[in-house]
Design a protein around this ligand. Sequence first.
Ligand code: CUA
Length: 179
Amino acid sequence: MSAILPPAERLWWKHPLDRVEGTWIAIAFAWCMVMFFMMIYWHAYGKQNLSTETYKTTPEQFSAKAQAVVDKYTVRTETADKIPVVAPPEGSDVYLVARLWAWWPILELEKGKTYKLHLTAMDYNHGFSLQPANINIQVVPGYEHVIKVTPNQSGTFSVVCNEYCGINHHQMVGRIYVK
Ligand code: CUA
């Protein structure tokens, strides 16, 4: 049978299954099952468990909450744009706003302490990619994504937008400090 010519017999699914074809179907199916159960396994045992809760929100509601946290816990500002560096206490809600083309504010967290990170996009889809750690979260406008984070490494981390969002997408970089 050829892919160019139409099948000689119309009921092609009644042809006997070739041994090689059958073997590959079996291998692919077994691998699908492994991947499927790994999702469940990592949910319980993975160290970077990024199961997020998601709620509906609006840019107005979210920026009001983010602004309140920034007003309360800003410790200094950085760069010529005076971006606030926010150091919230352990266990508290931390807000990060994605918009064309910036992450706001800068967060300063402490190693080994747990925070609830809230993310939303003000305009279009953005992607939260934490570098150099391998963490990716889709940030969707209209939705508030809440992730429990416990930094396990100190240092300076970059937040890179990994969802194409326009002409300055490549400049959409934020920062998270872990002390
Ligand atoms: Cu935001 Cu790309």
